[in-house]
Design a protein around this ligand. Structure first.
Ligand code: TZP
Ligand code: MG
Length: 214
């Protein structure tokens, strides 16, 4: 059995933006109080050892809230961290191999930019649990990101996807309402939470925007 997955408000961590590993832990704990439903540990610059250290701390922070911790890019670190899953980008290696590495009971997310990529991924079926869709808007948080697809692409991808979708890229509170109605299950952010002095309030505000009645 895979852990339950709620994509409503998905925090992706950025160690530099949080001011270092201690800042990541503080940010995640505050954001968890504010209503984040899923956390991804993302630090492309960190070594495996550094990621395991930080990941184990984050598991202790999120587990009491029932929030899953997903590790970016490195399936082999899911078990040592005690995380609930892995997230892979299009260039991050083979999904089938990653599923074998993490086993049947962990979560696996895949980034896509277009509906063509959804079609290419479709044969993966149950090996995948959710899609990360974006960037919706350009963002300084991911250098060299793929071209931003806008709200229209988000809608197209969510419409054809057999998996639940979480949108990412340039999402800040004033833009959230434009994403309601795309068919996505939720929103993922880095800077809207990691880049603020009050991550708890930021998370609460993002969630309120997403969940406000239409
Ligand atoms: N993948 C696509 S866009 C992005 C990632 C990791 C960065 C999102 O950061 P922000 O600050 O929420 O725009
Ligand atoms: Mg990646």
């Amino acid at each position: 059995m895979r852990p339950p997955l709620d994509l409503t408000l998905y925090l992706v961590t950025d160690t530099a933006l949080c001011g270092g590993p201690d800042g990541v832990v503080r940010t995640v704990e505050a954001a968890a109080r504010g209503g984040v439903t899923c956390v991804q540990l993302r630090d492309p610059a960190a070594s495996d050892d550094e990621l395991v250290d930080l990941g184990r701390r984050l598991v202790r922070s999120v587990a009491p809230h029932g929030i899953p911790l997903i590790v970016n890019d490195r399936p082999h670190l899911v078990a040592p961290i005690g995380a609930q899953g892995v997230h892979l980008g299009q260039g991050d290696g083979d999904v089938v191999a990653a599923r074998e590495a993490i086993g049947p009971n962990a979560l696996l997310g895949l980034s896509v930019q277009t509906s063509e990529m959804v079609e290419a991924a479709r044969p993966l079926g149950d090996a995948v649990d959710y899609l990360g869709v974006g960037p919706v808007w350009p963002t300084p948080s991911k250098p060299n990101h793929a071209p931003a697809g806008g709200v229209r692409t988000a809608f197209e991808v969510a419409s054809v996807s057999p998996w639940p979708c979480v949108l990412i890229g340039g999402i800040h509170p004033p833009r959230v309402r434009r994403l309601v109605g795309t068919g996505a299950q939720g929103i993922a952010v880095i800077s809207a939470i990691c880049g603020t002095p009050d991550p708890e309030t930021a998370a609460r505000e993002l969630r309120a925007e997403w969940e406000a009645p239409v």
